[in-house]
Design a binder for this molecule. Sequence first.
Ligand code: DX5
Ligand code: ZN
Length: 222
Amino acid sequence: MIKIAPSLLSADFAALGAEVAEAEKSGADWIHVDVMDGRFVPNITLGPVVVKAVSAHTSLSLDVHLMIENPERYIAEFAAAGAAVITVHAEACVHLHRVVHQIKELGLLAGVAINPATPASAVKEILPDLDLVLVMTVNPGFGGQAFIPSTVHKIREIREWANEIGHDLRIEVDGGIAEATAPIVSEAGADVLVAGNAVFGQSNRAAAISAIRAAAGGAKLG
Ligand code: DX5
Ligand code: ZN
């Protein structure tokens, strides 16, 4: 079952409450929240205070993507702020196993993201512990970048490993996802599609979400 997760990075930051409410009404499944620290990535965005404020305006799961160094310092705060899913970058964690279990012990879904230059094998050992792997399809830091096709084989590889061990893993993709790229990633095995510009950059968000969903081959049930 495909999930569409609009990324707030392309929303109107002066009206985040209204933006998430509209995304929910428009058929979004999760709300993707990009947290950037100006160190792991060049850009700076928002922290737990904003996540908490946004959570009051939607009943959808908040899918928090931490593009920050030392994410272990902030897991509890993002959980308290209302995150349902927390994803950390493999490249930012020396003790990835410990951080993943820190997230799970708080009762949240735990995800690990890998940058375009990071091999799929970076998550192989820890796959049974994960609820989600986020395969970055752009270099993290900014919305509206072009999809990098050479990342697609990693989706396929990770889906095969998950199937081999009978693990019901979510594979999320993030960056340059739109109607044209959705079928490529869903065919490879991705089932959570983040879309910033392709949803919040459009005036008709409902049409944008259903176009991406249809292109990915997943009609929404219920
Ligand atoms: C990039 C972020 C993405 C971004 C995607 O670093 O992680 O979530 O918002 O934006 P689009 O869909 O516009 O490429
Ligand atoms: Zn993201």
